[in-house]
Design a protein around this ligand. Structure first.
Ligand SMILES: [Zn+2]
Ligand SMILES: [Zn+2]
Length: 319
């Protein structure tokens, strides 16, 4: 039995402890730190005695059956739902409680990591305390809020995919007054991802004929519950008629976008000598020019967000 305990998952260990508590009396208040190795856990002496005497899959203890976890089923993935507005995914798990007592799942917290790239995507928590009825299968809901880093990871490393495999790690579970931490990974395949940071929206252009520059204004929406800092922006400016590269644009000044709101940012573009030559040769009599803003790349909170397509700006005055 010691061997099976040592290889058992956090839920198995938890149930054994709860079962022992039911039979032998409360051991609540004991915070158990379970690190995928029962020998590293601070084990109450009563439980240690049972582990040492074990061998059978269940033990008769003062007339009560002691559940050893061998019949345990891990929580099963049922389904998940995406909330685009809240930038979150809710994961529904079912759990068969093999014990004769109700369990009160008070909290769960965990990290959610991309399985393929070991990239931290966000943090998961139990939506509300949940009663897991004795000898019944109950459902519980865990919500995971994506970080901006996660959204960027989806759009760069999982472009075109509708879901990613994730590992839920560093799980902390609080049940019936007992807290257990685990370093185990819990794998969930093909979790849906449909949320992306919206590309900046073009607002307006303001040519300054004196300095031969154009100020181009964009609007950036921050869907997150914390402020974002736009640190740098780069883009190429091309002739909208023939694609001739006119020069580069960059961020005028850093901008803070408050939580759950939008802000404008400006990029500045100076006409190059090549651009002036292009105007005089290819657009000799034109008073204005269509331009394309190509490869707009925004650095926000040190994460790179790339606009998926170019922006067409008609009739920029040439002066
Ligand atoms: Zn990934
Ligand atoms: Zn041109």
């Amino acid at each position: 039995m010691l061997r099976s305990l040592l290889t058992m998952n956090v839920f198995g260990a938890l149930l054994i402890i709860l079962n022992v508590a039911t039979i032998l009396g409360p051991i609540a208040g004991v915070a158990l730190v379970y690190q995928s190795n029962l020998q590293e856990m601070v084990i109450p002496p009563q439980i240690q005695g049972i582990i040492d005497s074990g061998g059978a899959s269940s033990a008769d203890l003062n007339g009560a059956t002691f559940f050893t976890g061998e019949a345990l089923q891990l929580p099963q993935y049922v389904r998940s739902t995406v909330d685009t507005a809240a930038r979150s995914v809710t994961i529904i798990l079912s759990f068969a409680n093999p014990l004769d007592v109700d369990l009160t799942m008070k909290s769960i917290s965990a990290n959610v990591v991309c399985s393929e790239h070991s990239y931290t995507l966000g943090y998961a928590s139990l939506t509300q305390p949940t009663i897991l009825k004795a000898r019944q299968t109950s459902e519980m809901a865990i919500v995971c809020h994506w970080t901006i880093e996660a959204e960027n990871h989806f759009s760069t490393a999982h472009s075109g995919e509708s879901g990613v495999d994730v590992d839920v790690t560093e799980i902390t579970v609080e049940v019936n007054g007992i807290t257990i931490k685990s370093n185990e990974k819990y794998h969930i395949p093909n979790l849906p991802i449909s949320m992306q940071i919206a590309p900046p929206q073009y607002v307006s252009s303001q040519p300054d004929l004196g300095t031969r520059t154009v100020k181009i204004t964009f609007n950036f929406a921050n869907p997150f519950s914390y402020a974002l800092q736009i640190n740098s922006v780069s883009a190429s400016i091309a002739c909208g008629t023939d694609g001739f590269l006119l020069g580069q644009a960059s961020l005028a000044e850093p901008v803070t976008v408050p939580a759950s709101s939008t802000s404008n940012f400006n990029i500045l573009f100076g006409w190059t000598q090549d651009a002036e030559n292009h105007f005089s040769t290819s657009h000799r009599d034109a008073k204005s020019l269509d331009v394309d803003i190509v490869g707009l790349t925004v650095n926000v909170n040190d994460i790179t967000v790339k606009a998926p397509s170019s922006y067409h700006v008609p009739s920029v005055p040439l002066g």
